[in-house]
Design a protein. Structure first.
Length: 228
């Protein structure tokens, strides 16, 4: 299936401006250029054109909100400066398996200030001496190259990052449970204290009654003595 038909099929009954993600991998570009994608897809955030026979990105329309672009396993050898103009918000770029041969082809990416992750595995440029150090020097905004940072720490998985965001800070649930336990303990303590006070009050009343009876007995004794 050619790229135009595939994009039309993926669009369906939607308006292009409603599409946030578009995956047209394994269709075919008839002339090595991007086909069927227009500037109407202005809200697009994710685009995958893997293994479609691309040799150029020159006809890529303006996609101001695009964050993630996958064009691996194509025949792109350069012309990446178009991404700076068309996709200024790009943070992830996968160029694995293309025909990037030297650092000069990557130099234009210096102006993609939001670019943090770059994938180049399978490109000839990766065989250069000090390849990783050279790319990090050339593109100082890059955090992860081929899945690892300059200290060889692996990049977090995108899905894991999403899960962390949804779960929120760890420990919130435990704090809520502890608060509820504290409230329960406080309520029980109040009940015990109230019960104790009530019993204490009853005992005081009984002691008062005994005291009154003792006074009456003393009065009777005194009165009896006067009678003699």
């Amino acid at each position: 299936m050619d790229m135009k038909k595939r994009i039309s099929m993926e669009l369906g009954d939607r308006d292009p401006s409603e599409v946030l993600e578009l995956d047209v991998h394994s269709c075919r570009s008839t002339d090595g250029e991007v086909e069927g994608l227009t500037e109407e897809y202005k809200e697009l955030e994710f685009l995958s054109m893997v293994s479609v026979g691309l040799s150029s990105l020159a006809k890529l329309p303006p996609l101001p909100k695009l964050h993630k672009l996958e064009v691996n396993n194509n025949a792109i050898s350069g012309g990446l400066d178009v991404l700076v103009v068309k996709c200024p918000s790009l943070s992830y770029l996968n160029l694995c398996g293309n025909k990037i041969k030297d650092l000069g082809a990557l130099e234009a990416l210096r102006n993609l200030k939001s670019l943090q992750r770059l994938e180049l595995i399978g490109c000839e440029v990766t065989s250069l001496d000090d390849y990783r150090a050279s790319v990090f020097d050339l593109l100082p905004q890059i955090v992860y190259l081929d899945g690892y940072d300059p200290e060889d720490n692996e990049a977090p998985d995108s899905e894991e990052e999403d899960d962390d965001d949804e779960a929120g800070p760890m420990g919130d649930g435990d704090d809520d449970d502890e608060d509820e336990d504290d409230e329960d303990e406080g309520s029980e303590g109040d009940e015990v204290g109230l019960s104790y006070l009530m019993k204490d009050g009853i005992q005081d009343e009984e002691d008062d009654d005994d005291y009154v009876e003792d006074d009456d007995d003393e009065v009777e004794e005194v009165g009896g003595g006067n009678g003699h």
